[in-house]
Write a protein that binds this ligand. Structure first.
Ligand code: C2O
Ligand code: CU
Length: 482
């Protein structure tokens, strides 16, 4: 079961030559867009299902300053749509997987046990991870095998997530359920009076579609790449799930809640809004320097945002919808909060949250170009489909570099190993102080410059589009820190 990129292209009826040799065919008109799969199953009324909160994983042991976890990937049947059974592939047999709560600077070791019939790869998205544990897309864990991933977590507190990263199959494998949240905490953040405990909530948002019997739909058979022309633009589901439940509802107190929003969708971008203020306190790479009040928040696949919502602005009995302004019909709804009680609330959002060092692009040793474009029957970076053996860049350990990313259609671009800061979008500096990101959405025909510093680990990593169908259709580049 070690199919290569070439096998996949052959499966798709393509030769590598045909893919690599389509010059300048990035006409947006002919470029595939994400496609919606329509469910045949009866769908629940919005807000009829209570919001589940994934279990917090318990370490199997703690020793020598490290916590050891075991995550077993297995097939299971769960109730996603009321009254129907849905087969999933889940970490611990659940979808989403259990939430791992870890501490910055404390080693977290995850033993991944693969009880599925297909190879898998685990990646901690946003983790500052040595290469052998970063889930390089060809570092497969075979069916029946296991592997230990070591996460030193020498990084800031942040909302991370983990998911499958198998070369060419990430889309179908994540779609089936292989995703979960991973929270890194630290003393700096715990010293702040932010909402905590039950009022610190991970919300993993993704879309799925279902056949009449509750089976998840995906344009492929049994996880094989069958994405082909119609779906290579990305797969959209017509049911919005939060923590694995369709358009759920959460009863909340008249108090502040910290919502850790994570867009775990294959290809859907959300524009989230409640109608009231959202106080953003964190981004992919942890706390912002200062809170930022916004009316809506755009999240592309892979991105996270930490926001505080103060439900004391509402009365008991009021309902607050979290809507998706980028969606239509049922896909414009995400979840609902029902304000049902008063509760003492001593939390607050301080004006100063953290210190965010501004990386100086003037110190960059190199500026590199990465062009994200369509290659007809696949997706390309700098004109080439992913080849895990070819290093597209060799940054030196410790160096600051500027990477200039350009797009044809929208691509959420994700960099492994180190967080980065956005310098310019189409030549303009973004507003406000710098923040740490690991995924940035290039919108149609944009140029985004990011600055990063390669730290701590030498070895192979990847840069890729986080539209998972684009990723599986080769929009990935390997680089090696030397
Ligand atoms: Cu969230 Cu390389 O992936
Ligand atoms: Cu893309």
């Amino acid at each position: 079961m070690t199919s290569t990129r070439r096998d996949v292209l052959r499966l798709l009826g393509l030769g590598a030559v045909a893919v690599a040799g389509v010059p300048g065919c990035s006409l947006i008109a002919g470029t595939p867009q994400p496609q919606l799969l329509t469910s045949a199953a009866p769908l629940p009324r919005p807000y009829a299902v209570p919001l589940p909160v994934p279990e917090t994983a318990k370490p199997v042991r703690s020793a020598g300053g490290a916590d050891f976890y075991e995550l077993t990937e297995r097939a299971a049947e769960v109730e996603v749509l009321p009254g129907l059974r849905t087969g999933i592939w889940g970490y611990g047999g659940t979808f989403p997987g259990p939430t791992i709560e870890a501490r910055a600077g404390r080693r977290t070791v995850v033993k991944l046990v693969n009880q599925l019939g297909e190879p898998t790869v685990l990646h901690l998205h946003g983790g500052h991870t040595p290469p052998e544990s970063d889930g390089f897309p060809t570092d497969l864990v075979a069916p029946g095998a296991s592997r230990e991933y070591v996460f030193p977590l020498e990084q800031r507190a942040a909302t991370l997530w983990y998911h499958d990263h198998r070369m060419d199959y990430t889309g179908p494998q994540v779609w089936r359920g292989l995703a979960g949240m991973f929270l890194v905490r630290d003393a700096e953040e715990e010293a702040l009076p932010l909402p905590a405990g039950e009022r610190d909530l991970p919300l993993l948002i993704c879309d799925r579609s279902f056949a009449a019997d509750g089976t998840m739909l995906y344009p492929a058979l049994e996880g094989r790449p069958g994405v082909r022309e119609a779906y290579m633009g990305g797969v959209l589901g017509d049911v919005i799930l939060v923590n694995g439940a369709p358009w759920p509802e959460l009863r909340v107190a008249r108090a502040r809640y910290r919502l850790r929003l994570c867009n775990a969708s294959n290809a859907r971008t959300y524009e989230l809004a409640t109608g009231g203020p959202l106080v953003q306190i964190g981004s992919d790479g942890g706390l912002l320097a200062h809170p930022r009040t916004v009316r809506q928040l755009r999240l592309a696949p892979g991105e996270r945002a930490d926001v505080v919502v103060d439900f004391s602005a509402y009365k008991v009995g009021q309902q607050v919808e979290l809507r998706n302004l980028a969606g239509e019909g049922a896909q414009a709804r995400v979840m609902r909060f029902a304000v049902d009680r008063d509760e003492k609330d001593e939390s607050s959002v301080p004006e100063r949250l953290s210190t965010v060092e501004a990386l100086d692009p003037g110190k960059a040793k190199v500026t590199r170009e990465f062009e994200f474009s369509s290659g007809g029957m696949g997706w390309l970076i700098n004109g080439k489909p992913f080849d895990p053996k070819r290093m597209e860049a060799r940054p030196r350990l410790g160096d600051i570099e500027v990477w200039r990313l350009t797009s044809d259609v929208a691509h959420p671009v994700h960099l492994h190993l180190d967080h980065f800061q956005v310098l310019t979008v189409n030549g303009e500096r973004p507003q406000g102080p710098p923040e740490w990101k690991d995924t940035v959405e290039l919108r149609e025909a944009q140029t985004v410059e990011i600055v990063t510093r390669f730290t701590d680990y030498r070895g192979r990593y990847v840069l890729h589009c986080h539209n998972l169908e684009h990723e599986d259709m080769a929009m990935m580049a390997a680089f090696e820190v030397v």
